[in-house]
Ligand binder design. Sequence first.
Ligand code: ADP
Length: 501
Amino acid sequence: MSENLKILFMSSEVHPLAKTGGLADVSMALPKALHRLGHDVRIAMPCYRSIDRSKFEMEYVTDFPLKINNFTHNCIIRKTGIKCSPGKKRAKASQSLPIYLIDSYEYFDRDDLYSNEAGDYVDNARRFGYFCRAALEMLQKIDFEPDVIHLNDWQTAITALLTKRVYGDERIFKNAATVFTIHNLQYQGVFDMQSLVDLDLTWQYYSPEYLEYYGKINLMKAGLIFSDVINTVSETYASEIQSGALGMGLEGLLSTKKSDLYAITNGIDYDEWNPETDPNLAENYCAKTYMQKKPACKRDLQKACGLPEKDVPLIGMVSRLADQKGLDIIERAMPELMKLDVQFVLLGTGEQRYIEMLYHFLKLYPEKCSFYLKFDAFVASKIYAGSDFFLMPSKFEPCGTSQLISLKYGTIPIVRATGGLADTISGFDARTQQGNGFSFTDYNETALLKCIEHALVIYQNRQMWNVLVKNAMQCDYSWEAAARKYVDLYAKAMAKHSIKF
Ligand code: ADP
């Protein structure tokens, strides 16, 4: 498709403004890549308190009353911009990418994005319902008539229902096709049925063919049912979620949607993740200089972690501490792993039981492991650069961002072959010298340990190791190619939308 599209990209988190995981990375990098291709992309996200106002200047755009379930909110729209370095083709692309921030003192002036120590915020349905309605209402005020509204995960899903069923034909977005991307099917936005009232939706939608889900309502279903096309973030995950094992209760619905379910593997933003320019590293390096310079990054990491500064294989991990990430098999593998001549560094936040597990290991193996229990981009960079291996033994992984970052940093991924990990990491074959990492299939500690032991053998063979690191660093997961696939997907959605309406 050659014409320039107008795209509203809605997401609940956008790096570097607000981030809890890979969704935020995608929500900046994909719009940026589309912008560089010459499309008019506008991002809409909630205006969280945690956004650093000293880094992101916000201008007031407009405000308007927004009535939801008999309560009138004063909706304030602000705007900031992210500078995009010039794209190859268009002069226009050097302008900044606009981000519209939907403000609400009641809903977004809180410490965290989705939850606090007590758990998920109880009004999350209302919070994100408000976000979706406000984003649509905003379009009229800013006079932006999108060709496509791109929705991401459950927090934005209800928008598909609103555009098709709730708002009338006179609206500025009546011609907009909707695309819904599943970034992680585990989080579906399931709430009490009463939330339907909070969302100002009629009881008509409390039925299995719409939002009803085992006596509750499921907001992700709105995205799946009402969007023109749906996609997820890797080929393997697209087929996995149609099965009982990883469909998380929605496998039936997803199977019926099979012909409208596409897969586009995420990229990463190499402006953001590049060992040549990353300001957080002890030494910057590239594929030509990593041999001389990467060791300084390793020593820097060891020093920062209080680990002995010696030449032992260092396994790093940057991860949410959640079930999905394979922490239970790490727990069972740890005693054997710590018998090997390795060091292990982890940066993560999340579930208390895993935090306790890590404290326990820290007490047992203070000379061999070190943990940072916080969210910290600076430390993350140091781990990506300073480790020899990057561990991702996920139970499931829609795409995964961290393995792509570690490839770029010449840090060899050890992954479980699931979802996007299976699609992006190919096991190194000593005979052909092909492959960019190590992977195992069975989800257990035996398979994990065996894979690590094999990786350590290759690590000891310097000739092979250098080939492997080169293979890894040469992988190209830039967003440009993926963004072009999204443009094709938008064309499919627009074609479908024009037939329906
Ligand atoms: P997920 O989205 O499931 O959390 P991904 O691998 O797709 O997993 O993306 C994780 C992103 O979040 C990566 O950019 C990673 O570097 C970052 N990240 C995760 N935990 C932390 C942390 N504690 N501190 C800094 N960055 C983190």
